[in-house]
Design a protein around this ligand. Structure first.
Ligand code: KG4
Length: 354
């Protein structure tokens, strides 16, 4: 089944095409440069860029996949969670296409996309199939807008067992990176800088480590990092901070922050594994690209005799629409498509357990 997926949940315009679980195209037009000057995503700039970029991204996806519009058998689109004005652009394009081609439309939860990215087949080798999984499985979703631990009873049956009570892990990476003078989104650059540094150089908290639940907090870590950085310099004005730090201080700060951010979530993953005998762990979201997180989670999974799955390729970890197309294909096997497309609305706060 050829499914075309659309994701405009935040600041990337993406169209992906799959044939069942096989990824045929995954085009992402990044808006990072447009938002970098502002240090974060500006909703109106994002909406306009989605509107302008969509036609070219759509045509490129068809060309990459080597399919024509008439070959598409279903549309899948992210309708939540995300930025309302951004979600609206993708949803409108999806509805227009589904009506024009008279094909079914599957509204998809963005987080479910990050989970099912693990089933993407990208090469000659057969990928992971949902039939290979012993349920329940544990999903660790770590992104710029979200941090969640999800008990996956089966595809489509989710229970959020832990989540951030404030900021997302990726947001904490980006804000801390900014303090070190790195451009938005600074997470990957902070991770690269951390490789040169000593993760024990500075003491940072692991917020909520003692709480019995599986929730995490990243606002506390972000504030502790700001305080630490300010304690090292004379002029605390945010844009003057980077020039007052030495190269080795920056590397040590990055390494110490990264260690704290990762341990904070791993403490709760460990607790989740102690509560339930999960045999499979799925990682997903932009922060899944982080090498230290991958290594530490691999070690933890091995200790618990669980298998860790990571989406094949960094492109499938970050926001992308091939994962939405995959979720659409998998949804088509268990649920009916949307009816009454004219009333279909975005849901910026959509949760995975709804
Ligand atoms: O899933 P995603 O593309 O979109 C959002 O949910 O926003 O995730 C993007 C996030 C950003 O915060 C980015 O800095 C972070 O993922 N990220 C990383 C790494 N690569 C991307 N954070 C830490 N280490 C990385 N290697």
């Amino acid at each position: 089944m050829i499914v075309l997926g659309i994701d405009t949940s935040c600041d990337d315009t993406s169209v992906g095409i799959v044939n069942n679980l096989e990824v045929l195209a995954n085009v992402i037009s990044s808006q990072d440069d447009l938002h970098a000057a502002w240090g974060g995503v500006v909703p109106n700039i994002a909406r306009r860029a989605h509107q302008e970029n969509f036609p070219a991204v759509y045509q490129q996806a068809l060309a990459d996949a080597g399919v024509e519009e008439k070959d598409i058998e279903a549309i899948a689109v992210t309708y939540g969670h995300g930025l309302a004005v951004s979600l609206e652009v993708g949803l409108q394009e999806a509805i227009k296409l589904a009506q024009k081609l008279a094909i079914p439309l599957y509204p998809i939860n963005h987080s479910e996309g990050h989970l099912v990215a693990n089933f993407a087949q990208t090469g000659e080798e057969p990928g992971l199939s949902p039939d290979d999984i012993t349920w329940p499985a544990l999903a660790v979703l770590v992104a710029g807008g979200q941090t969640q631990l999800v008990k996956v009873e089966a595809l489509g049956k989710y229970q959020i067992i832990g989540e951030t009570v404030d900021d997302a892990i990726g947001e904490a990476f980006d804000k801390s990176a900014r303090l070190l003078g790195l451009d938005y989104p600074g997470g990957p650059q902070l991770a690269a800088l951390a490789e040169q540094g000593n993760s024990q150089a500075y003491d940072l908290p692991r917020p909520m480590r003692q709480s019995k639940d599986l929730n995490v907090s990243y606002a506390g870590l972000k504030t502790a990092f700001l305080r630490l950085v300010r304690s090292l310099i004379d002029n605390p004005e945010t844009d003057k901070i980077p020039s007052q730090l030495t190269t080795s201080q920056k590397a040590d700060l990055a390494a110490s922050f990264q260690a704290a951010a990762i341990e904070t979530i791993l403490i709760k993953v460990k607790k989740a594994l102690a509560q339930t005998d999960y045999q499979h762990i799925f990682l997903g979201g932009g922060v899944a690209a982080n090498q230290k997180l991958r290594q530490d989670l691999t070690t933890l999974a091995q200790k618990n005799e669980a298998q860790l799955h990571i989406p094949p390729g960094i492109k499938l970890c970050r926001d992308n629409a091939a994962m939405i197309a995959l979720a659409g294909f998998l949804a088509s096997q268990r649920v009916k498509p949307a009816t009454n497309l004219d009333n279909l609305d975005r849901d910026p706060q959509l949760r995975m357990d709804e």
